[in-house]
Ligand binder design. Structure first.
Ligand code: ADP
Length: 671
């Protein structure tokens, strides 16, 4: 080690001479460790990766431990211009102090790094060389004690004689601690000599000045760093604010978009509602026009008045009839249009309808040009959506004509009623007369019949001409008896006294006997009878009455048969005995067929065919009385077939003993 310029060394210098042992309270230098030396740098000068708390009291936040109020003192880069200045400073120091090495060391835990190394001859330290803390370097002592250290000759110093720098030949050392403005240790500024060197006070002062310059630089770096940190923080705050603002804006934007969408939806809904309203209005207008057309085309008078009696609406008929335009009448009252009396009547009806709360019907009379007209008016309250009546409507139909017709009809009905009563009286009189007459006639005719029969018994004693006349008289007498008996039967039927005397009767035998009886009439008419009656048909019937039925049918077949053949069939089918008398005569008009079984009903003119129109009536009463039926099948001009059906076995409880009086019928006056 070069001998330092001892002459420059001034006593009293504040440096600690480590040629001596450290005093009490002074930090003990660490044991000289094996020289590890300062190796080649691994990180950029002045840019250690992180700062840790170490035994030198260097404190700085670890990465990720959060930022302190002050900027990091280790992580701070040394600006180039300051680095250059420091370089020049160390170069000058080396030159002035004539030492091989002037260094600015910096702590970058866990290392100590050569921050600046003088470009001087014999300097073994290269910038950025680093050594582990705890290697026993001179600087470590300075850093620990935070006081200057002067080692004039390490070789003579027990404490330092194993110092690793000795291996490099550097045996003297002068170092000063450098602090950040915060008080944290930055590093050291030191000079090393390869000779024993006491470094004069001037040198020490120079070094101190250099240290102060560096600390000033650190202050400005620190301030700059603080400003930059603050700026960074402000920038970060700003960015945060921008981010928050952006988020707010994004949120507001989303809300706005949502509101716009809502607005658009509302607008669409409103448009739809407006369209629906328009459609509804259109429909309302159409229905109003339709209603107007309907009420205008009505022949009835239509008017609507508010509850105060002011006209709201009238139809065309109203306008025509009362000579007022609808525009002119709106808002007017009845007494503006009609006479006081008529207006009062109209208004009273309105009030009644409003009071009743329902439609009321009444007749109204109105004097018109062609006389007084009668109207059937319906008045009804019109209600609003809440059900409160706001108007009264009226529809008046002119029923003058109808009233006239009704009056005429009533008159006709009265006449009819009178005529009916008269006809009923006449029928009653006729029936009474027939009843009396037939009774009165029957006794002399019965006497006459007996007399003629007596005469016929004496026929052999009579001249031939008299016999013939007597036979003729007998036949006419029988005919007369039948007519009177028919009349008597009608009277009996009317009185409900047509008795049936039931007994076993063979319908086939009975029919044959009847036909035989009319042998003469058949001959006179030129008709023949053919039979279809294979077996006896026996039932419980009234013989005399059935004879009467068969007689009527056969005589009609002879009378209306036009001399054509007559067919008679008698047969039993199941529970029914059927007798058919068919001819091929004039037949019956279909329009007459329903009536020929009624009393005095005839389908032929009296001029051409004699008869009372009672035969079929009595026959039907008798057949009905037996529980049977009679009907006709006929075609006009082609003949007629009368079919009688009688029950073969009758239920006892249904067995009638007399024929009940018929009620009404075509013979009765029309009702
Ligand atoms: P009447 O023969 O005395 O007129 P009826 O009661 O026997 O009375 O008959 C009623 C009517 O029925 C007759 O007037 C006639 O028009 C019609 N009629 C009855 N029998 C026949 C028949 N066989 N052919 C055509 N018409 C008949």
């Amino acid at each position: 080690m070069r001998t330092g310029p001892d002459d420059h060394t001034e006593p009293g210098a504040p440096v600690v001479d480590h040629a001596r042992h450290p005093g009490p309270g002074e930090p003990a230098p660490s044991e000289p460790a094996a020289r590890t030396g300062l190796g080649p740098h691994k990180a950029a000068s002045g840019c250690p990766p992180e700062q840790r708390t170490d035994d030198l009291g260097t404190k700085s936040p670890r990465p990720g431990s959060g930022r302190t109020a002050q900027p990091s003192t280790v992580a701070t880069d040394i600006p180039t211009d300051i680095a250059r200045k420091w370089q020049e400073m160390t170069d000058l120091l080396a030159e002035i102090l004539r030492v091989p090495a002037a260094l600015i060391m910096r702590i970058e835990p866990p290392d100590i790094v050569v921050c600046v190394s003088s470009e001087s001859k014999g300097n073994p330290f290269a910038p950025n060389e680093r050594a582990r803390l705890g290697s026993g370097l001179y600087c470590e002592s300075v850093l620990k004690s935070r006081t200057p250290l002067l080692i004039p000759n390490a070789l003579k110093d027990e404490q330092w004689k194993s110092n690793p720098d000795i291996e490099l030949g550097l045996i003297s050392y002068l170092g000063f601690p450098i602090s950040w403005p915060t008080g944290d240790i930055f590093g050291t500024i030191c000079v090393l000599d390869d000779r024993a060197n006491h470094y004069s006070k001037a040198y020490q002062a120079l070094m101190e000045q250099c240290r102060d310059v560096i600390e000033m630089d650190l202050k400005s770096i620190f301030a700059l760093d603080a400003r930059l940190t603050e700026e960074a923080r402000a920038k970060e705050r700003l960015e945060q604010q921008v981010a928050e603002r952006t988020a707010d804006l994004r949120h507001a934007n989303a809300q706005l978009r949502q509101k716009i969408a809502e607005h658009e939806r509302t607008e669409a809904a409103l448009r739809k509602v407006a369209e629906e309203c328009r459609c509804a209005e259109e429909a309302l207008r159409t229905s109003q026009e339709l209603l107007r057309a309907i009420i205008d085309s009505s022949t009835a008078i239509v008017a609507v008045k508010d509850i105060e009696g002011r006209y709201l609406l009238v139809n065309r008929r109203f306008e025509e009839l009362f000579g007022v335009a609808r525009e002119a009448i709106v808002g007017k009252r009845d007494d503006d249009v009609f006479s006081r009396e008529h207006a009062e009547a109209l208004r009273a009806f309105d009030r009644r309808a409003l009071l009743a709360g329902t439609a009321l019907k009444d007749e109204e009379v109105m004097p018109e040009d062609d006389g007084v007209h009668t109207y059937l008016t319906i008045k009804f309250p019109l209600r609003d959506a809440a059900g409160v009546p706001y108007a009264v409507g009226g529809i008046s139909t002119d029923i003058t004509e109808r009233k006239k017709i009704e009056a005429e009809r009533a008159l006709v009905l009265e006449h009819e009623q009178r005529a009916r009563t008269a006809a009923e009286a006449a029928v009653r009189m006729r029936d009474d007369f027939l009843s009396i007459a037939s009774h009165e006639l029957y006794t002399p005719i019965a006497g006459l019949k007996l007399a003629v029969q007596g005469l016929m018994r004496e026929a052999t004693t009579l001249p031939a001409g008299a016999t013939k006349l007597a036979r003729m008289a007998e036949r006419q007498c029988q005919r007369l008896v039948r007519l009177i008996e028919d009349l008597l039967d009608v009277a009996r039927i009317q009185a409900g006294k047509l008795d049936l005397r039931l007994g076993d009767v063979d319908l086939r035998a009975l029919s044959r006997e009847v036909v035989e009886h009319f042998d003469v009439e058949l001959k006179q008419a030129g008709s023949t009878v053919s039979w279809r009656a294979d077996a006896p048909v026996v039932g419980m019937w009234d013989r005399a009455r059935l004879e009467q039925v068969v007689t009527n049918l056969v005589l009609n077949a002879i009378k209306y048969g036009r001399g054509k053949p007559i067919e008679i069939s008698v047969a039993a089918e199941g529970e029914v005995a059927r007798l058919v008398v068919a001819d091929r005569g004039i037949g019956i008009d279909a329009s007459c067929a329903p009536y020929i079984f009624e009393r005095f009903e005839r389908g032929v003119s009296a001029q051409h065919y004699g008869g009372l129109g009672l035969g079929l009536y009595i026959s039907r009463q008798i057949v009905d009385g037996h529980g049977g039926s009679i009907r006709v099948e006929s075609e006009l001009g082609a003949g007629a077939a009368f079919i009688v059906e009688l029950p073969l076995r009758r239920r006892r409880d249904a067995l009638p003993t007399e024929v009940s009086a018929p009620t009404g019928g075509p013979d009765e006056p029309a009702g």
